[in-house]
Ligand binder design. Structure first.
Ligand code: DX5
Ligand code: ZN
Length: 216
């Protein structure tokens, strides 16, 4: 089981100290949400954030969740700054481009993942299985932190785990807390993104321990 905290809802002026506390509590990978104001109606970070993160925390993994329709500029920019994992949305580009960029990432030794929105059929993964290190199922519609886990996600997790035959880990993102993490885990998820649950209670280490407890 892996917890990848999303830094989206951290007070931007406290990013470094919050990351340090989470790392001390055992976190080895952080989930960095990139929103371009077009694919989703919100703006977040750019490649410089990943560069700064890898400069200050080279031992930690940067998992980039790319929510952008502009892969041609964005993918190389984040790879250049040291992204360790790049998660591409199925809905964000045509299939030939997805193939191209997954291939590019493999070539640059960057771990790959495909992200599906809550209303995208799980079967679309079939064609890409040989190119993926992980699959991310959105358990909310992307764009904002602090939303509610969509209950129908449980069945989708099950379906994806069956399709991937336990060979490719399934990650969940959106509305994850102690209760929904337990549900997602039971359905077969093994990587858990959590943002507001970890960073918005003024008790980062305590929240991480709590989540670790239910995932054990
Ligand atoms: C939503 C993002 C998520 C989000 C998670 O578009 O992809 O990573 O920040 O935040 P919580 O855990 O608060 O739902
Ligand atoms: Zn995300």
């Amino acid at each position: 089981m892996l917890i990848a905290p999303s830094i989206l809802n951290i007070d931007n002026l406290k990013l470094s100290e919050s990351i340090k506390i989470a790392a001390k509590a055992g976190i080895t990978r952080f989930h960095i949400d990139i929103m371009d104001g077009h694919f989703v109606p919100n703006l977040s970070f750019g490649p410089q954030l990943v560069a700064d993160f890898k400069r200050d925390f080279p031992q930690l993994e940067a998992e980039v969740h790319l929510m952008s329709n502009n892969p041609d500029d964005m993918v190389p920019a984040f790879v250049k700054e040291g992204a360790d994992v790049m998660l591409l949305h199925y809905e964000s580009m045509p299939e030939d481009k997805l193939n191209y960029w997954l291939d590019y990432l493999k070539h640059h030794q960057v771990k790959t993942g495909m992200v599906l929105n809550p209303d995208t059929p799980i079967e679309v993964l079939t064609k890409y299985m040989s190119m993926l290190d992980q699959v991310l199922l959105m358990t909310v519609y992307p764009g904002f932190g602090g939303q509610k886990f969509i209950p129908e996600s449980t069945q989708r997790i099950n379906q994806a785990v069956n399709l991937l035959q336990n060979k490719i880990p399934v990650e969940v993102d959106g509305g994850i807390n102690a209760e929904t993490a337990k549900i997602a885990r039971k359905a077969g998820a093994s990587i858990f993104v959590a943002g507001s649950y970890i960073f918005c209670q003024n008790n980062i280490a305590g929240q991480i321990n709590e989540l670790n407890g239910v995932l054990r």
